[in-house]
Structures are given as structure tokens and as C-alpha cells.
Design a protein around this ligand. Structure first.
Ligand code: GAL
Length: 348
């Protein structure tokens, strides 16, 4: 078994038992689960899917239907409806648009199908469970790393898309760390945007326009894709390495950039913890069993059951002791572009 170094910390406030009053297993006697990612172009979702499907099957799910929504709200709704009609017991959704799925969750509930919001909260919909890494904490880790590197300087905020609820939780998290320095004038916010998609092309375009308009010392980039586009624009202008850039997801390219010095940090979220946790909950919900301790979070209208796992801040100094020690990537993968005599050999 992998040595996952993270303690699987469940947010402690209001720990209660998640309620499952009713047995939702559809009449056919088999457990059938639907999994609907918003896209498959993001590296991590492939890992999420593989681990989720394997674990759900290991736990007794007869069938796990997987369908990609290709970043399309209408398609995601259509797929969800089709899966309900096909008799799934539980729908597991990585929401493309946090605000667009209320009706489909209602439709699922009318048909005795439970809904899990996977990684991203679905708003105003009363899902049966929201399970994710703690996104507020993700933002705090970004803010802490940036502030430690540049306690006084010019910051740019490159947030993810407005359709993703995580983006706001992350923003609240990093602001909680740096707002006092903004108020005192130590940190000056030069600009802020919500890019239209979690894609490097989009952040590349935005950054290419901004470079030259003003200078900055830190880019709080919402995830590694966003960081990648920004860093590509910086390196075309011979600025990469001079600016502290945050990220999230521990994509392989980001880990490489970190050890090469062009990205300051990423937030590592051991995907197996989330995917396996979600699979366990999905099977339990299908069987009408209690899913154990949960906290609660507001979805805008309802307080919903919430399980949140602890993310981990990763930089060049702890790469070996986190990502590599965990087996998320090998040292050969992460240090592929670094001369071997500069590879770390022991705990720093
Ligand atoms: C966010 C998530 C990130 C990243 C991103 C890309 O919602 O928090 O971990 O995966 O989506 O789709």
C-alpha cells in the first residue's frame, strides 16, 4: 500500500453522522453507479476516474458508467438524466457549472437516486454528499507559500473559472493569509481575473497581454494548468524564475518546474484518498448504509453533508518527502530535466 503521508483529516467542526434514512438501491438488486467528470483533459481527472472505478467495483458495484461532459453544461445534464433513466443508484458528478445542476439533482432525487458532488460543490441543490479536498485550505497553503517568499511586493491573482465553486473557496483561503499585508500596503494587488477555463492557453493569453503593462513579483495561479500558461508567457519574456508562481494539483509538469525553479509551489492532493473515499461512500449510499462522520457545508440554500481531506503544500524542499515518497511520481519523472548529481538523496 502506498505510504500516503497525509493524515486523512476530516474537518472537525460539527462532526455528525451523515444521514441515510432511506434505502436507495434500485429494484434490480445490483449496485450501479454513474460517474460524470466535467472533462477529461485535466490530467488529474483521469487518475480520479481510474481509482474511483476500481475501488467501487472492488466494493461490490456491478457497473460504473463513466461519461465525459466535455466542459458542456447541457451535455452534463443530459448524461445525468440518461444515467438516472438507466437505473443508477448513485450519481457522482464533477460539476462543470456549480449553478446549473439544481434541476438534475432534483430529478435524481425524485427517482430515488443519490447524488455525490465530487471535488466541486453543486450549489442550491441539496446533494447527498460533497466530498473533496479542503479547498479553503488549498488557498491558505498558496497564500502562506507566496507570503513567505514575498512578504512585500506586487501580486497578481489568476483565479480559475467562475463556474467552479472551488475557485471562491480557494480565493477566500489565500486572502485570509495575505489580506492584512494588503491592508498595510506591504502587498499591492496589481490585477485579478477569473480566467474562462482551467486551461494553460487561456492564462497564457491573459499573461502575454499583462506583461509589460505592469510588473509583479507573485502570481497566485489557481492550479498548475493556469500556472503553466502564465510561466510560458513569462519565459518568452525571460522572466520565468524571477516571479513566484503558485499552483495546485501536483501535475507532473508542475513538479518538474518546481525542481527546475520556474514555479514556486503546488498543492498536492493525494487523489487515491479522495477517489477511494468517494467510492466507499457511493457504495454505502447505494446500500442505504450510514457513511460515517461528516461535517456540514452550506450550498447556498441547504446545509449538506461534507467530507474534506487535507491538501499538502509542495515546494522544491519537500518534493522528495511528499510526492516522491508517496509514489505519486518517481524521482526519475520529477527530476527528468535536472542533472543527476543535483538530485536530492535524503531528507532535507
Ligand atoms: C478544480 C480543482 C482543481 C483542478 C481544477 C481543474 O475544481 O479544485 O484541483 O483539478 O478543478 O479542473
Amino acid at each position: 500500500m502506498k505510504r500516503v503521508i497525509v493524515a486523512v483529516a476530516i474537518i472537525s467542526m460539527l462532526l455528525t453522522s451523515c444521514k441515510t434514512e432511506q434505502k436507495f438501491l434500485n429494484d434490480d438488486g445490483v449496485i450501479k453507479i454513474g460517474f460524470i467528470p466535467e472533462t477529461m483533459t485535466v490530467e488529474r481527472w483521469q487518475r480520479d476516474r481510474e481509482i474511483f472505478v476500481a475501488k467501487a467495483k472492488e466494493l461490490g458495484a456491478e457497473e460504473v458508467l463513466v461519461k465525459n461532459a466535455y466542459e458542456d453544461t447541457e451535455l452534463q445534464k443530459e448524461i445525468a438524466k440518461d444515467m438516472v433513466d438507466a437505473g443508477v443508484d448513485v450519481l457522482v458528478i464533477i460539476a462543470y457549472d456549480k449553478d446549473a445542476l439544481t434541476d438534475i439533482v432534483e430529478y435524481a432525487h425524485q427517482n430515488n437516486v443519490k447524488v455525490i458532488a465530487y471535488d466541486r460543490l453543486i450549489r442550491n441543490a441539496n446533494v447527498d454528499l460533497y466530498i473533496s479536498f479542503d479547498n479553503y485550505r488549498v488557498g491558505e497553503l498558496m497564500g502562506q507559500a507566496a507570503y513567505a517568499a514575498v512578504p512585500q511586493g506586487k501580486y497578481l491573482f489568476l483565479n480559475g473559472p467562475e463556474t467552479d465553486n472551488n475557485v471562491y473557496m480557494i480565493r477566500d483561503g489565500y486572502l485570509s493569509i495575505i489580506q492584512p499585508a494588503i491592508d498595510s500596503g506591504d502587498i499591492v494587488v496589481m490585477g485579478e481575473t477569473y480566467i474562462s477555463a482551467w486551461r494553460d492557453e487561456v492564462s497564457y493569453e491573459y499573461m502575454s497581454d499583462k506583461i509589460g503593462e505592469f510588473d509583479f513579483d507573485v502570481i497566485i495561479a489557481g492550479n498548475d494548468r493556469v500556472a503553466e500558461g502564465a510561466i510560458n508567457a513569462l519565459s518568452e519574456n525571460r522572466m520565468s524564475g524571477d516571479i513566484f508562481v503558485t499552483g495546485q494539483d501536483a501535475e507532473i509538469a508542475a513538479c518538474q518546474r518546481i525542481v527546475e525553479g520556474t514555479q514556486g509551489m503546488t498543492v498536492y492532493k493525494p487523489i487515491d484518498v479522495l477517489a477511494e473515499g468517494a467510492a466507499e461512500c457511493a457504495v454505502k449510499l447505494a446500500l442505504g448504509e450510514d457513511i460515517g462522520p461528516c461535517s456540514k457545508i452550506s450550498d447556498g440554500k441547504y446545509m449538506v453533508d461534507y467530507i474534506a481531506y487535507e491538501p499538502i503544500s509542495v515546494n522544491a524542499d519537500n518534493m522528495l518527502d511528499t510526492i516522491i515518497k508517496d509514489g505519486f511520481y518517481t524521482i526519475e519523472q520529477v527530476y527528468a530535466n535536472v542533472p543527476k548529481d543535483q538530485w536530492p538523496t535524503e531528507k532535507k
